[in-house]
Design a binder for this molecule. Structure first.
Ligand code: PEP
Ligand code: MG
Length: 583
């Protein structure tokens, strides 16, 4: 049994058989081949090695002809390694002695090389691991080429284990069969975890090296509450988790009683809980669980899921579906937030620092036609429900003004065409950069509402990449600098009587105390989190929350603040209540 600690990316527990996805989405099959198939496997290996090496020779020659020898040499290392008799010997031995399939033996042998290189030093040699992953990829393509299985079309339940999953790959996972997943890299605020929560797939990211230690078909436990991955659990551990799965199942059923109830604090204060959605289908879950509306519709997922990019009509249909389903409840449609870890595909540029680059509103403003099409679709949908528009990642007043001007231009265009839309629709912005908070009094004069995106606000305030597990310990919602910014934004919004909500993932039960104590009454969260949140609300009082927030703001570090808030919520809702929940 091997226990790995990663980052809790999407809550829930899952137990099942591992399915390993190599880079490029190859599924590495189970490890053993029947004894009689041994010669056949060695033959397949010979052919795969020979054709992979030939491919490299061909690449080297072709590139050298076009660009010169030094560029062709890029392929020499791969070629040499593929023609190295020692590699052949090692893989063949694994097939003959351990009865591994050729794919599994290749992957086992190469991953051992990676392990050795990684353990030697953190510099040049570790960089060479990319070459080895490349070689693995080529060999697997030659071995599995014709029978490449689409990992997104499964026929039995699995736990997916991968080096990394992009947000769009995650969006493509088959929810019916993927019980959970774990990745080696990835941070706590990345969009992969957001999609996993949307799909309600338990997930752990940033678990470190795990693919070298696991085989397809091995039993795996994913604990998405604690961020733990257990490979080949022993009997006792398995029994414990199966028991816990049952308990949580029963608890989720209990929470159903709260689905229809409004969110209210113990002192009667009404809280509005909205839903964050990525896909129109989620609106059903949001309604069922009694969301007060959609507080954040991340429309970029329409783009990530469709090639070529969605047309105005595709978008209009999606937005209209959500607007109609929510009836008179507000639906805040956020304009495209492509870029950074949500690979654009449209208007794509190679960037060294994508989180500081052409992402989000910047991308929309630089692609007026793309922006116009989306705005037309949103405005047309505004005739079918309480639609509001929100701009992401605003960092200057000019950006806000340019974005608003684009909306008004499209309004005029639609009016001239005689197309119905709501000219009064509220226009707001996300507050997710320090500059937006610093200038908040000026921004507030030009918007109808603001929504604080803590996921990005944390990353930009603390200079910590939200999707990088190497710095995940520095990415902290409870950092005093983040709390000060939150407080500044909320107080300014109250002074100018502008509606303010929080739509980042900061609403663990203990953070709720903090937010309510600062004066927040509107939050937007994944639909699956709504019932538990209502339960926590019903145990809190404004006065206690205010006292807790006041004290938290006097503390010096994220660690102290977090510990204090956890103690405080346990004291307020009771130890028993605290530990029975999903937190
Ligand atoms: C945020 O940054 O807090 C937010 C809600 O937006 P996203 O997670 O989509 O970047
Ligand atoms: Mg954001």
């Amino acid at each position: 049994m091997l226990v790995l600690r990663g980052i809790a990316a999407s809550p829930g527990l899952a137990v099942g058989e591992a399915m390993i996805i190599a880079s490029e989405g190859y599924r590495i099959p189970r490890r053993l081949a029947p004894r009689a198939a041994c010669e056949e496997e060695v033959g397949r290996l010979d052919r795969a090695i020979a054709s992979s090496a030939d491919e490299m020779t061909h690449n080297r020659e072709a590139v050298a002809r076009e660009l010169g020898d030094q560029y062709g040499a890029i392929f020499s290392a791969h070629e040499q390694m593929l023609r190295d008799p020692q590699l052949h010997r090692e893989v063949e031995e694994l097939i003959r002695l351990k009865r591994y399939t050729a794919e599994y033996a290749v992957s086992r042998a190469l991953r051992r090389y990676v392990q050795v290189l990684q353990s030697l030093d953190g510099g040049y040699l570790a960089e060479r691991t990319h070459d080895i992953y490349d070689i693995e990829k080529v060999l697997l393509r030659h071995l599995l080429g014709r029978q490449r299985e689409d990992v997104f079309h499964l026929t039995q339940p699995v736990i997916v284990l991968a080096h990394n999953l992009t947000p769009s790959e995650t969006a493509g996972l088959d929810r019916q069969f993927v019980r959970g997943f774990a990745t080696e890299i990835g941070g706590m605020g990345g969009h992969t975890s957001i999609v996993a929560s949307a799909l309600e797939i338990p997930a752990v990211v940033g678990a470190g090296r795990l693919l070298t230690d696991v085989s397809g078909g091995d039993k795996v436990i994913i604990d998405g509450h604690e961020g733990v991955v257990i490979l080949r659990p022993d009997k006792e551990t398995l029994a414990r988790y199966e028991q816990e799965l049952k308990r949580r199942g029963a608890y989720a059923v209990q929470l159903q009683d709260l689905w229809e109830a409004p969110a209210e604090l113990a002192d009667g204060t009404r809280i509005h809980i909205y839903a964050n959605i990525e896909f129109p289908q989620e609106v059903e879950a949001a309604r069922q669980r009694g969301a007060d509306g959609v507080g954040l519709y991340r429309t970029e997922f329409l783009y990530l899921a469709s090639i070529p990019e969605p047309t105005e009509e595709d978008q209009f249909q999606a937005y209209r579906t959500v607007a109609e389903a929510m009836g008179s409840f507000p639906v805040v449609i956020r304009t495209l937030d492509l870029g950074a870890d949500k690979a654009p595909g449209v208007g794509a540029v190679e960037e060294r620092n994508p989180f500081l680059g052409v992402r989000s509103i910047r991308l929309s403003l630089r692609n007026p036609q793309l922006f116009r099409v989306q705005l037309r679709a949103i405005l047309r949908a505004s005739a079918f429900g309480a639609v509001q528009i929100m701009f992401p990642l605003i960092s200057t007043l000019e950006e806000l003004r340019a974005a608003r001007a684009a909306v008004h231009q499209v309004m005029d265009e639609l009016e001239a065409e005689g197309v119905a839309f709501n000219r009064q629709l509220p226009i707001g912005m996300m507050v997710e950069t320090p500059s937006a908070v610093i200038m908040i009094d000026r921004f507030l004069k030009e918007v109808d509402f603001i929504s604080i995106g803590t996921n990005d606000l944390i990353q930009y305030t603390l200079a910590v990449d939200r999707s990088n597990n190497e710095v995940a310990d520095l990415y902290h919602p409870a950092d005093p600098a983040v709390l000060r910014l939150l407080e500044m934004a909320v107080q300014a919004a109250h002074r100018s009587q502008t509606p303010v909500s929080v739509c980042g993932q900061i609403q663990g039960p203990h953070y709720l105390m903090l937010l309510f104590g600062m004066g927040i009454r509107d939050v937007s969260v994944a639909p699956s989190a709504i019932p538990e949140m209502k339960r926590v609300c019903s145990r809190l009082r404004v006065a206690d929350c205010e006292a807790a927030a006041r004290h938290a703001l006097t503390l010096d570090s994220a660690r102290e603040i977090e510990a204090y808030l956890k103690e405080e919520i346990k004291r307020t809702v009771g130890e028993e209540e605290w530990s029975s929940g999903a937190g």
